[in-house]
Write a protein that binds this ligand. Structure first.
Ligand SMILES: [Zn+2]
Length: 441
């Protein structure tokens, strides 16, 4: 076969950071037929046979992985579609996203799981559906985990709601272990959070809002860990979504020290903001779990630094303007996050807390991919060519009005962030580019 028959791309002169292979240095990358063909300090390809992309001055890193997004399709395409949500993902450097099942209808079947992955959805990032743990996420009857898994689901969850009943959660952990799927828990004891719209404490009292106590999160995490221990099945994997409190993090840390397979994620907003952001009744600071205290936020940063927190996930939760623009207690929970996750991580974890780019990019690629067993998040030879070119020190202003998402509900509008994504490539196809002179090979 002559080389003209092969689709070849040479990414030249960049600084490669691939946490999965612990590479952090100058490397060229050769892509052939959608896969990484070579990684070397100096490649010698014949420029006539390849498309050359000049990465001088840029970091070359794997496409990022977000294991917690809400793409709103099927059912609420006025908030977001799979196409618009994954366009936002690509702009933020993400090439793999795991989509929560709280769509309309709820994704509790193989049919919807397949529909979400169909080429007609026009996704720019690979979409990995998460199946509902119970039918309609109603917390009663378990869904068919083997059928969900075989149609492409990578975990089960009733996110948006907790799996509350002890008997149900016991059965979910057991059935998911047998199917080889992680259970992702939205840890909220809703018996303690009815009518609540922010964190409990003096600020909620002053604002006249009902507050969610720390115990509502920590209590469910402790209960789930106890059930996992009691199940005593090596295949069982409990993952705590959007952890927000020091107390719940302490439970996770202790469980891991005792050898249990418990993992957790944190969102950028929970390690960047505190409940003070709610002070003006700004619904763009309303989310569930709520923004917490300085002590909780600092515990999240500590957990990222010491490795107790496995990964960063956005909980990207688009809502239309008319939904957010109503009184605070009525406004829906959640914010968009795919375009700001990397910049916020670099601003806080790298600049303020001295975390290396390798460590931060691990939390955004290799570690979430490993957590869900995804074939993504590395640039090792043979891997799928999901590649991001990043200008790590370049400051840019995030403008909600320019977002690729259909929704604009973000508290970060106008923030200046470091780290500009110049190019995102999924399976060797350009899915986002800043510089139009870079053409699709
Ligand atoms: Zn949730």
């Amino acid at each position: 076969m002559s080389s003209n028959d092969v689709n070849r791309i040479w990414i030249k002169g960049g600084h490669l950071i691939d946490p999965a292979t612990k590479t952090d240095g100058p490397r060229d990358l050769l892509i052939e037929n959608g896969r990484i063909a070579a990684v070397d300090t100096k490649l010698n390809a014949n420029p006539g046979d390849v498309q050359v992309i000049d990465a001088t001055g840029l970091v070359v890193t794997p496409g990022l992985v977000d294991i917690h997004v809400h793409l709103r399709e099927p059912g609420q395409s006025y908030k977001e579609t799979i196409a618009s949500g994954t366009a936002a993902a690509a702009a933020g450097g993400f090439t793999s996203v795991a989509a929560m099942p709280n769509t309309i209808p709820v994704n509790d079947s193989a049919e919807i799981t397949r529909w979400m992955q169909a080429p007609e959805r026009d996704a720019r990032a690979r979409v990995y559906p998460i199946g509902a743990a119970t039918v309609g996420s109603m917390g009663a009857t378990l869904t068919n985990y083997e059928a969900l898994r075989d149609s492409g689901a990578v975990a089960v969850s009733d996110d948006g709601k907790p799996i509350l009943g002890d008997e149900t959660m016991r059965a979910v952990l057991s059935a998911a272990a047998a199917a080889g799927l992680p259970v992702i828990q939205h840890a909220e004891d809703t018996r303690l959070t009815g009518g609540c719209s922010m964190n409990a404490g003096p600020l909620a009292f002053r604002l006249g809002l009902r507050g969610m106590p720390v115990e509502a999160e920590a209590g469910i995490v402790a209960r789930d860990i106890a059930l996992l221990r009691e199940l005593d099945d090596d295949r069982a994997h409990l993952h705590v979504a959007h952890l927000s409190t020091k107390k719940a993090l302490d439970h996770v840390r202790a469980a891991r020290h005792s050898g249990l397979h418990v993992t957790c994620e944190v969102t950028p907003h929970h390690f960047v903001l505190t409940e003070e952001a709610v002070d003006e009744y700004d619904a763009h600071a309303k989310m569930n779990p709520p923004l917490r205290t300085v002590e909780d936020r600092d515990a999240m940063i500590e957990g990222l630094l010491d490795g107790t927190i496995d990964c960063i996930a956005t909980d990207h939760a688009p809502h239309a303007a008319h939904e957010k623009e109503q009184e605070f207690e009525r406004a829906p929970n959640g914010i968009t996050g795919l375009e700001t996750s990397l910049g916020l991580s670099l601003a806080v974890l790298h600049r303020r807390h001295g975390m290396s780019l390798l460590q931060i990019l691990a939390l955004l690629s290799a570690r979430p991919a490993a957590l869900l067993g995804l074939a993504a998040g590395t640039l090792a030879v043979g891997a799928t060519a999901d590649v991001v070119l990043l200008a790590p020190e370049t400051e840019w202003a995030f403008r909600a009005s320019e977002s690729r998402s259909r929704s604009r509900n973000t508290p970060f509008d106008g923030w200046s962030l470091p780290g500009k994504v110049r190019l995102t490539m999924r399976e060797a196809r350009i899915v986002h580019r800043e510089d139009p002179s870079i053409r699709q090979p």
